[in-house]
Design a protein around this ligand. Structure first.
Ligand code: DGY
Length: 330
């Protein structure tokens, strides 16, 4: 029997996936709560056949060089993979795996929770009670916009965007979507979603929820001119990636009443420093990138990441490759 493959796992994952990896490989698991510092990461991947990374671990040419030519797979524990230089992996014939599908509904739930919480000022209300400021019922106390019957704009109409649209249907909302690809009627009609150009969508919507991947095209997509197109009462929800929104422009827009509120699961930078001016704005609700954070979903993500890793080190096709073109090479 040959030697067991050497792998590095960049954090402790749910047992549903980690146990399989540990049983089948010579695994080193980074067991700190914080990501491995860059120099530790580079050292840890040396000589590995496979690496299992998180969105906090940058996988680039330097890391691939340090790993060495025997590296057979990069398995990312996320559906997003903007932390991985996929083109560089492809050039080297290394498949990259991700975890699509299993976190769609869970992420849409969190986007919905943020939308509702920002609209109805749930965190401000809870802080108000905790601070002992609740003295009486007030006709003007903590008013926020109605969600039901409002217009929702979904930017990025893939799996998660569509799952958010399904939730919006239950609230009788008008749904607009924007996506580089215009989706077929079979997809949009059952959801009652109408295509709109981005600037038009921003101008017409009471709520805007972002669901695009982070790419060169989407970095800074929501900038000062685009925020200025939005309604002064509009609520912006971001569960995609922080850099899709210009944070300086967002702060100015929230502070100056250009838009009504924002609710962010993702920030730029991430984690956002506690003294960042966005953190102290009462109309900016920020949670720490927890959209997929349920035990069931994180367990399924771990199983998928393990399956990608183990297939890769065995030289088999990954169940979920983001660069399937590596298999088309001679
Ligand atoms: C992802 O999977 O890309 C999320 O951001 C974390 O679950």
């Amino acid at each position: 029997m040959g030697e067991r493959p050497r792998v590095f796992v960049a954090r402790v994952l749910p047992a549903a996936g980690l146990d399989q990896v540990v049983a089948a490989t010579e695994a080193r698991v980074w067991d700190d709560e914080l990501p491995p510092p860059r120099d530790e990461l580079l050292r840890a991947v040396e000589g590995c056949d496979g690496i299992l990374t998180l969105l906090t671990d940058r996988v680039d040419a330097e890391l691939l060089d340090r790993a060495g030519p025997q590296l057979k797979v990069v398995s990312n524990y996320a559906v997003g993979f903007d932390n991985v230089d996929v083109d560089e992996c492809t050039r080297r014939g290394i498949p990259v795996g991700n975890t699509p599908g299993v976190l769609t509904e869970t992420t849409a739930d969190l986007a919905w929770a943020l939308l509702m919480a920002a609209a109805r000022r749930i965190v401000e209300g809870a802080d108000y009670v905790r601070a002992g400021r609740w003295k009486t019922w007030g006709p003007m106390l903590l008013l926020g916009p109605d969600v039901h019957g409002a217009t929702l704009g979904i930017v990025g109409f893939g799996r998660i965007g569509q799952a958010v649209a399904r939730r919006a249907q239950g609230f009788g909302m008008t749904i607009l979507y924007h996506d580089p690809v215009r989706l077929p009627d079979e997809v949009t009609q059952p959801l009652g979603a109408e295509y709109a150009e981005l600037d038009d969508l921003l101008a017409r919507c009471d709520f805007v929820s972002l669901h695009v991947n982070l790419t060169d095209e989407t970095r800074g997509l929501v900038d000062a001119p685009r925020l200025a197109r939005m309604k002064p009462t509009a609520v912006l929800v971001n569960t995609a990636r922080g850099p899709v929104v210009d944070p300086v422009a967002l702060h100015a827009a929230l502070r100056d009443g250009v838009i009504g509120a924002a609710a962010l699961d993702v920030t730029d930078p991430e984690p956002i420093p506690v003294d960042d001016p966005l953190v102290s704005l009462p109309n900016c609700l920020i949670v720490p990138h927890i959209a997929s954070a349920t035990p069931a979903t994180r367990g399924k993500m771990a199983e998928m990441a393990a399956a990608n890793l183990l297939a890769g080190v065995r030289g088999e096709r990954l169940p979920n490759p983001v660069n399937p073109e590596v298999y088309e090479r001679p």
